[in-house]
Design a protein around this ligand. Structure first.
Ligand code: URA
Ligand code: SF4
Length: 229
């Protein structure tokens, strides 16, 4: 798909905006101008991945939230606070990770008479449109473990049949044997990457039993930490 075709509404696809053979900084500046799907229209800015370019662990969330959209950085709001604490408790130094999202623009609706912006889940089409950015990040960082935070990240990485309740907490091979959600093998080769899926940290904030949800998140992240040593 070309940029004109994308903009004429023929399909959603970030591919024509992704520079070939670019490093992370060139990708980040190109992503600022992505018009690969309609989500750029109402969001403030593209929120690209950040962190250690040689990280052994890449964390993939869903999409930027309200604060991330305003500030331009991933996981700087309340969910980011939970994530950072859980990583530390699991023995993963947050400073040695690379953090990104399946979708790089904030999708929201208004509530409270138009005063408050609340998160709206991205559609599968939007997730799939944005995937070339995620693929480019993974190709460059090439982590040992990818942590999928929640269902959207899991679907972006493992295909639309992914269910977090079923797959969480176990080390899975990545790319998956059937290359579901790919073409990962074409991008990454048959490497040594593992994938660990867990809940999204914002689920902890919404849960009735926050302590239990939080402990579950930490327990899953420990599996990722163990895979490193
Ligand atoms: N939730 C996400 O999935 N990603 C962010 O960056 C912030 C909140
Ligand atoms: Fe591009 Fe992704 Fe933003 Fe859509 S959400 S415009 S594909 S960066």
């Amino acid at each position: 798909m070309t940029r004109d075709e994308v903009q004429d509404g023929e399909g959603y696809d970030a591919t024509p905006y992704v520079p070939a053979d670019a490093g992370l900084e060139a990708l980040r500046s190109a992503a600022a101008g992505c018009r690969g799907c309609p989500l750029h229209r109402n969001a403030t800015q593209t929120v690209f991945g950040e962190g250690d370019p040689s990280a052994r662990v890449v964390l993939v969330g869903e999409q930027p939230g309200d604060q991330e959209d305003r500030r331009g950085h991933p996981f700087v709001g309340p969910a980011g606070g939970v994530l950072k604490r859980a990583l530390e408790e699991a023995g993963i130094d947050p400073g040695q990770t690379y953090t990104t999202n399946a979708v790089k623009h904030f999708k929201f609706t208004f509530t409270g008479g138009g005063k408050r912006r609340i998160h709206k889940p991205p559609s599968l089409r939007e997730v799939s449109a944005c995937k070339p950015w995620l693929a480019a990040e993974l190709r460059i960082v090439r982590p040992e473990v990818i942590v999928a935070l929640g269902g959207t990240a899991g679907k972006a990485l493992l295909g639309s049949s992914f269910r977090v309740t079923k797959e969480r907490g176990a080390l899975l091979p990545f790319p998956p044997p059937d290359d579901a959600g790919g073409p990962w093998k074409e991008l990454l080769g048959d490497g040594e990457i593992h994938l660990l899926a867990t809940i999204h940290p914002s689920a902890v904030l919404r849960a009735e039993d926050r302590d239990a949800m939080y402990s579950g998140l930490v327990a899953d992240l420990r599996v990722a930490a163990d895979a490193l040593s």
